[in-house]
Ligand binder design. Structure first.
Ligand code: B12
Length: 215
């Protein structure tokens, strides 16, 4: 994963230079030096996943992590025009996907990335948000009538809430296929109590899902 683009990008993040970080990341797409997928997986995701404070920065670590997340979030949203550009060449699947993080789940970078991947794979994908109460998720299932509901969960402690949401969606909307993804499900035994249909461990798995439902 380590490469010159990553090193340059990290050097801007370490200085918390938002302007340069945003401009650099977007220039990689603009000049076609990287695909959207490579930007997300080889640059943006690792810049957060491997974030570590220097020993002398421990006392200011939290707001530094928040600043970095905010920069990544800006870049992620700013890549959307490139997603739109790519979709013109993507075969539509006529499948609706709602992506959401359940109540108390504030980690949403993975969920936003997953939404963009679904769009690139030809799905009609809609991201609802982080920290979404169960009632709102049920309401979205009722109104949007998705084929898939994708739940992104990072924090292990949110698995109980996730289970409750899935049980209710399955009871009221049994035709909705439940996809789960995110770090919480990588923990040993995490998926055992969850009545999911499909567990996607990696973003690229979304493209395989596409072939399963390709018409
Ligand atoms: C940024 C961050 C935050 C931000 C999130 C802001 C935001 N807008 O998203 C904020 C500041 C809110 C935050 C808060 C907290 N955080 Co935090 N956070 C992180 C950090 C640094 C990066 C997370 C991230 O965005 N990674 C990048 C994305 C791309 O990775 P990802 O989410 O894992 O997604 C990938 C896969 O999981 C997968 N994926 C994810 N979702 C989906 C969905 C589908 C459908 C698919 C196919 C794939 C998929 O694809 C992605 C790409 O590979 C991690 C560190 C780490 N090592 O992960 C800690 C981390 C996740 N946080 C942690 C903790 C403990 C907390 C807090 C409890 C801290 C506190 N004491 O308050 C709170 C909890 C908040 C809450 N209730 O949700 C722990 C979690 C430990 C655990 N096992 O539960 C971590 C691991 C840090 C650590 N090492 O301890 N955090």
């Amino acid at each position: 994963m380590q490469n010159a683009h990553y090193d340059t990008f990290i050097s801007y993040l370490e200085k918390e230079d938002k302007n340069q970080a945003v401009q650099y990341a977007l220039s990689l797409l603009e000049h076609k030096s990287l695909t959207i997928e490579a930007l997300y997986e080889d640059i943006l995701a690792p810049s957060l996943l491997f974030f570590a404070c220097k020993l002398e920065d421990q006392a200011i670590c939290i707001w530094k992590e928040h600043t970095r997340t905010s920069i990544i979030r800006t870049i992620l949203e700013a890549t959307y025009p490139y997603i739109i550009e790519r979709t013109s060449a993507v075969k539509k699947r006529n499948r609706k996907v709602v992506v959401v993080c359940p109540q108390e789940e504030y980690h949403e970078i993975g969920a936003i990335m997953a939404t963009h991947y679904f769009i690139l794979a030809g799905f009609d994908a809609q991201y609802i948000g982080a920290n979404t109460p169960k009632e709102e998720i049920i309401s979205a299932a009722r109104v949007l009538k998705p084929d898939y509901l994708a739940l992104s969960v990072t924090n292990y402690y949110n698995l109980f809430t996730t289970k409750k949401v899935i049980e209710e969606v399955k009871r009221d909307y049994p035709h909705v296929t439940i996809i789960i993804g995110g770090q919480a499900f990588s923990q040993k035994g995490a998926t055992e109590q969850i009545p999911f249909d499909i567990h996607l461990e990696h973003m690229k798995d979304i493209f395989s899902l596409e072939s399963e439902v390709a018409q």
